[in-house]
Design a protein around this ligand. Structure first.
Ligand SMILES: Nc1ncnc2c1ncn2[C@@H]1O[C@H](COP(=O)(O)OP(=O)(O)OP(=O)(O)O)[C@@H](O)[C@H]1O
Ligand SMILES: [Mg+2]
Length: 143
């Protein structure tokens, strides 16, 4: 299955709702796209929509950020992972990325191409493309 749409920054909340509907309950999301394509911006809007209250920023230096939130009244976490500085699967596993991906919690991953082999087949792959200064295209591919 694949679906796509264009969006500008002021449409991002609507885009998040569209994306969550396209995900059909999938919780692991691999976000592909060049630098500045809008991966962190989209994850931040998603986290805010899901009820994360703390500020969401790029975990480039920590690899994994964990944001507490409540899901259906229970305490849960969202993992925001940036693999940019990693070399391969082995480094990702050593950093604890696999544990997050298989935790059953939401897990949003930037630069998934650094460690493509760690993602389970049910992962939703999101492709962001920079159309111009303000416009982005988002494409969702999932099994
Ligand atoms: N429609 C849009 N969606 C998302 N970001 C947009 C849009 N239009 C403009 N922008 C701007 O583009 C930039 C996207 O930066 P962001 O940090 O989200 O990219 P990234 O894909 O996470 O990059 P990196 O690979 O460096 O982590 C922000 O400055 C944002 O304000
Ligand atoms: Mg980023």
């Amino acid at each position: 299955m694949s679906a796509s749409k264009e969006y500008i920054l002021s449409d991002i909340r609507e885009t998040v709702k569209w994306l969550l509907n396209e995900l059909q309950g999938r919780k692991v999301m691999a976000l592909h796209g060049n630098m500045g394509a809008g991966k962190t911006t989209l994850i931040s809007a998603l986290c805010e929509y899901l009820g994360v209250t703390e500020g969401v920023s790029s975990p480039t230096f920590s690899i994994i950020n964990e944001y507490p939130f409540t899901l259906n009244g229970a305490n849960d976490a969202i993992y925001h992972i940036d693999l940019y500085r990693l070399k391969d699967e082995e480094e990702a596993i050593r950093a604890g990325v696999e544990d997050c991906i298989y935790s059953g919690s939401y897990c949003f991953v930037e630069w998934p191409e650094r460690a493509p082999g760690i993602f389970p087949p049910e992962t939703a792959h999101i492709y962001l493309h920079h159309e111009d200064e303000h416009k982005r295209t988002i494409k969702v591919e999932r099994k």
